[in-house]
Design a protein around this ligand. Sequence first.
Ligand SMILES: [Zn+2]
Length: 263
Amino acid sequence: MSWTEVADGVFARRYDELDLTTGLVLGQDRCLVIDTRGDVDQGAEFAAAVRELTELPWSVVYTHAHFDHAFGTTPFLPCDIWAHPGCLRALLKNGETDKQKWAAHYREEGKPEIAEAIERTGLMPPDRLVPDRAELDLGGRTVALVHPGPAHTDHDLVVHVPDAKVVFAGDVVEHGPHGFTAYSFGPDDQLDAWARAMEALLALEPRIVVPGHGDQVDEAFVRTHRDGLLRLHELKTARASLEDALRDSPYPEDVTRAALGFS
Ligand SMILES: [Zn+2]
């Protein structure tokens, strides 16, 4: 893992595990931490890495409630935690079940140390709710938290750093070998609305988009995959057969199956 300074005082930190990327925006008075990784140990590593860059007081924002983005928060306490109200609902409703599910997943994968860390993890619900948009003054720099509409979940929040033209997109945008990956889609995704959310992201006119997983991308990439999502949604609405969907989808089989709900 390593830090990349994607713009002046705007950092991304990328991890091998799930190819996750977290973020950090520095102001003169405060800093904003974007996502906290998947368990208490991972969160502690990330908090220490942030402290190597800055001693400023920090706020945390969750791009969404999925474990890999929102479960590593206790090492950052005390701090204010920003998220969409749907993120709070999802954490309260599914958080403990998700812990069990992912702990079991990592045991099966032969990574018992991650499973144990997840089991030791205390969940931290957000205490600053952003239904639509909020601005955070970090000192000399204002950052906007924007709900672009439902997309990867019903409660995605993206982080816009206007002076640097950077958007941290959470999993509204993912950069796999083909754009989206099979993991982009799941029971929480909102395929009918997702392309509109990407449109809302494009309206922020970013120069750099930092996805929740994978390489940083540009506007053209987001446009291409907005169109790809529209195609997937058309296929789903038309109740295309698996054979037709695989022929007409711009994505490989595993991504198409996941997006259209074929098991
Ligand atoms: Zn996710």
